[in-house]
Write a protein that binds this ligand. Structure first.
Ligand SMILES: [Cu+2]
Length: 173
């Protein structure tokens, strides 16, 4: 990679980073850095991610996610079926007391099925989360690039390495 390409890549990454970390709180549950990946072309479905932290002394569960950007919103996980990774709806996401759970690409996620419009990088949309004990909270979910793998708050250098070439190639898809 030439210096010029590296600078371009770094600039693209910086432009995609939110200015500050977003954190929401509902009872004992913190919702950190929610984000969704932009959808390419006419993709029918999108996915949302976030970190959920249960700082309380009782277990809780995320039992529902709702948003107006899609016909249907489900909670999903990824599971191996034979040697194929498949998405599966789950009735709830367990949030054990004192622990944090990461919703991330390739793992647990909020699935938005039947998007009314493509998810465009730089925009955001509200998602309402319902926790069994903590109750209901609406968070604003910023849309990151199609190639994004994390919210950009996971730490400096590792983040840049993860993104480097992937983002640039995907632009031409
Ligand atoms: Cu899914």
């Amino acid at each position: 990679m030439t210096i010029r390409l590296m600078i371009a890549a770094a600039a693209a990454i910086l432009a995609a980073l939110p200015v500050y970390a977003q954190e929401y709180r509902q009872g004992d549950i913190a919702i950190e850095n929610p984000w969704a990946r932009a959808t390419a072309g006419r993709a029918a479905n999108g996915a949302g991610f976030m970190k959920l932290v249960n700082s309380g002394s009782t277990d809780d569960r995320l039992i529902k996610a709702e948003t107006g950007v899609a016909k249907k919103t489900e909670l999903h996980t990824h599971m191996m079926e034979g040697d194929v990774m498949k998405m599966r709806p789950v009735p709830a996401i367990d949030l054990p007391a004192g622990q944090s759970v990461m919703l991330k690409p390739g793992g647990l996620h909020v699935m938005m099925m039947g998007l009314h419009d493509p998810l465009k990088q730089g925009e955001s949309f509200p998602v309402t989360l319902t926790f069994e004990k903590a109750g209901t909270v609406t968070v604003d979910v910023p849309i990151q690039s199609v190639g994004a793998k994390s919210s950009g708050h996971m730490g400096g250098h590792g983040h840049m390495k993860k993104h480097g070439h992937g983002d640039m190639k995907k632009k031409s898809e």
